[in-house]
Ligand binder design. Structure first.
Ligand SMILES: NC(=O)c1ccc[n+]([C@@H]2O[C@H](COP(=O)([O-])OP(=O)(O)OC[C@H]3O[C@@H](n4cnc5c(N)ncnc54)[C@H](O)[C@@H]3O)[C@@H](O)[C@H]2O)c1
Length: 337
């Protein structure tokens, strides 16, 4: 039996990961440790709140005592999804990014070491590699070259994880994934923002010339990657995950307009993001070869399902837009102190 401390489990990817594990492995219990920032939403896991192998603990990964107390609940493994994750916010104020992504990771690493966990998984991002030209792919050997305060904070965390593995023998692995899409993504990110605007005939903002290239992967394919890295990843190793699905932001926008039957006049070109990375593309052959991981969802199928999910879950969206989710579920959480 494994008891996973999943941090940031009320966010987009963490909530999909928890739902997936509870549904597929009876030998896993999950403690979801999340401090509920603006991006953390208990409604993302409303369907598992009473699951016998699930427990939510409200806590902050930068708080040493809260993290230690959570580890004492019988935790065998740590999966760290908790992060400040939106690049635009990191450009406005990098403080919370350094605090949670770097210091929070350091606190978790210390606690994981003290607690003697069997495996520590750091969920990182392809953005730590920087930007590509027209050719080539990021491999695990690509030097780190983060360009935004967000990616710099994630790269800093990755270096700490590698140092703890090397210095203290902490059994830690790092995953680096490309852009995720799917249900429960906070509607400040491209796909949910555009879908929720377009269904109401509101315009969608496209940065600069829209020619930035991103590699898209369905969130569940990322979740099975993190799971594979937890189960079979070799300590000290990094594993890339991606969708082998490169799209320019403009092409993706046009696809969304077409699928929703909306006119191109809803596109608004806006000033480009400062320091905007031009192209990301991931080589995930190592994860396929060494972890036996494989993507299951094609982009066409996954995008259609995702659009339908946002259309069918108007209450979830409305709860976020009115910030009701910040208070709705307040009584449901477990405070350790
Ligand atoms: N979204 C993507 O496309 C993508 C791609 C690759 C990697 N990642 C990485 O995956 C992880 C999850 O991303 P996401 O998109 O689900 O993010 P998200 O912003 O949707 O969720 C982050 C969660 O972390 C929680 N959190 C933030 N600070 C915390 C703290 N100090 N203590 C405890 N909890 C805290 C928030 O409340 C929220 O529930 C991040 O580490 C991110 O860097 C994301």
């Amino acid at each position: 039996m494994s008891t996973l401390l999943v941090t940031g489990g009320c966010g987009f990817i963490g909530s999909n990961f928890i739902r997936h594990l509870l549904a597929t492995d009876r030998a896993v219990s999950v403690i979801n440790f999340d401090c509920l920032t603006y991006a953390g939403n208990l409604a993302n896991l409303a369907d598992v709140v009473d699951h016998p192998r699930y427990r939510f603990v409200k806590g902050d990964i930068t708080d040493r005592e809260q993290v230690r107390a959570a580890l004492r609940l019988g935790v065998t493994d740590v999966i760290n999804f908790a992060a400040e994750s939106h690049v635009d916010r990191s450009i406005q104020d990098s403080g919370p990014f350094v605090r949670t992504n770097v210091i929070g990771t350091q606190v978790l690493l210390d606690a994981a070491r003290e607690g003697g966990v069997k495996k520590y998984v750091q969920v990182s991002t392809d953005e730590v590699y920087g930007s590509l030209g027209a050719d080539g792919f990021f491999t695990e050997a690509t030097p780190l070259h983060p360009n935004s305060p967000y990616s710099a904070s994630k790269a800093g965390a990755d270096l700490l994880v590698q140092a703890y593995e090397h210095t203290f023998g902490l059994p830690a692995v790092i995953t680096r994934c490309s852009n995720n899409y799917g249900p429960y993504q906070f509607p400040e990110k491209l796909i949910p923002l555009f879908v929720t605007n377009l269904v109401r005939d509101e315009p969608v903002p496209v940065y600069g010339d829209g020619q930035q290239v991103r590699d898209w992967i369905h969130v569940l394919d990322h979740c099975t990657g993190v799971e594979a890295a937890w189960r079979r990843g070799k300590p000290g190793e990094v594993y890339n995950f991606g969708g082998r699905c490169e799209k320019t932001n403009l092409d993706l926008t046009l696809t969304l307009l077409d699928l929703l039957g909306k006119p191109r006049t809803l596109i608004r070109y806006v000033k480009d993001r400062p320091g905007h990375d031009r192209r990301y593309a991931i080589d995930c052959a190592k994860a396929e070869r060494e972890l036996g991981w494989a993507r299951q969802t094609t982009f066409d199928q996954g995008l259609l399902e995702t659009i339908n999910w946002y259309k069918a879950n108007a209450t979830w969206i409305a709860g976020i837009k009115t910030k009701d989710y910040l208070t709705y579920y307040e009584n449901q959480y477990d405070r350790l102190q």
